[in-house]
Write a protein that binds this ligand. Structure first.
Ligand code: PHE
Length: 355
């Protein structure tokens, strides 16, 4: 057997066991590398006499071609099987059942703000906003709240600096001032927003939500206030009749002032709004004090009107049977998935608020 035949048969014996790209690289080096068996044969060509060299070169080239094409063939085989393996592993079985995924929920407070905004927009109120950090002037002074009023006490108000000029607003009423300073009457706005007081128990949180209402125009009376709130309460609780009671009260920025209670009863351990002999306080209201209007340069001979402030969290607790206010702000996903709302169900008056 000639040297070339030997090389060929060694190669043929080895090529079958080549399975990976690494194996392939090894066998290439063994035969075609710098000191490879075929390469070394080429190096002998120079020392042969011309006749022999011609024949040997011819045979050598034939073997080279044969081995090279076997190597290429092997390369294709390996690549094909690699692709097949990959396809097998990455196969998606579209008939498998889907995995449940977590859908985001709308917080009851956001839901109730949307509901309330929808209800008031039906009767011509627009939504106004103001910052959480307020001046002492907007939060108190302009609202006819004298320096010695208990609401200014350090126990209730979070002041942001020593000289008490900046604070976290204790109610949404300062937006009355902002609105009336920056535009001309008439005013017909609601203001949903965050408010802060230094207080915390089952029904009080240091941060809570209020909704302010303000309607100033020519000839607005307490009758309009009653009608407006009556409409609101019925729409909000989605009931035909609600017993409402106006109780005389005091706020520095309204005169006269009232607190509004709504009737309810307990049935099978649950609160039923509208009827019954129990009363629940839900909001404060009154006719805007002339001093407040004068502070914002509204002509009190031409204009007057009412304002109200509703505790949003309280309404949400009542409507959706939530007992502890603090749970609202704990950001517990389990709580939210139980009490939260579908993000695609935007509340509207005509389609239903909470259904
Ligand atoms: N701002 C009052 C409060 O926080 C509520 C209120 C608003 C009362 C508007 C009367 C008019 O208690």
């Amino acid at each position: 057997m000639s040297d070339l035949d030997k090389i060929s048969s060694v190669f043929n014996a080895k090529i079958d066991s080549v399975k990976t790209k690494d194996d392939l690289q090894n066998i290439k080096t063994e035969f075609f590398g710098k000191n490879g068996q075929i390469t070394l044969q080429f190096k002998t060509l120079g020392s042969l006499d011309p006749e022999k060299r011609k024949k040997f070169a011819y045979n050598l080239n034939k073997i080279k071609e044969d081995l090279t094409s076997q190597l290429e063939q092997k390369n294709i085989e390996i690549e094909t099987s690699e692709i097949n393996e990959k396809l097998k592993n990455e196969k998606v079985d579209v008939t498998l059942p889907f995995r449940p995924y977590r859908q985001g929920k709308i917080h009851p407070v956001s839901q109730v703000i949307d509901e309330i905004s929808s209800i008031f927009s039906e009767i011509g109120f627009s939504v106004a906003e103001g910052p959480d950090v307020e001046t002492e002037y907007n939060n108190f002074t302009a609202l006819n709240t004298p320096e010695d009023h208990p609401a200014r006490d350090m126990h209730d108000t979070f002041y942001l600096e020593e000289n008490k000029k900046l604070l976290l607003r204790t109610h949404t009423s300062p937006v009355q001032i902002r609105t009336m300073i920056s535009s001309k009457p008439p005013y017909k706005i609601i203001v949903p927003g965050r408010t802060y007081r230094c207080d915390s128990d089952q029904t009080h949180a240091p941060m809570f939500h209020q909704l302010e209402g303000l309607h100033i125009d020519k000839g607005i009376t307490m009758g309009h206030l009653k009608g407006c709130l009556d409409y609101f309460i019925k729409e909000f609780f989605e009931v035909k009749n609600v017993k409402m009671r106006f109780r005389p009260s005091h706020f520095p920025f309204t005169e006269p002032s009232a607190e509004v209670d709504i009737g309810y009863k307990i049935e099978k351990g649950k609160i039923v709004i509208g009827d019954g002999d129990k009363w629940l306080e839900v909001l404060g209201c009154g006719m805007v004090h002339p001093n407040v209007l004068r502070n914002v340069r509204v002509d009190t001979k031409k204009y007057q009107g009412f304002a109200f402030g509703i505790g949003i969290d309280r309404l949400a607790m009542l409507k959706y049977g939530i007992n502890d206010l603090r749970a609202f702000f704990e950001a517990d996903y389990r709580w939210l998935s139980h009490f939260g709302f579908d993000p695609l169900d935007v509340p509207t008056n005509y389609r239903g608020l909470s259904k």
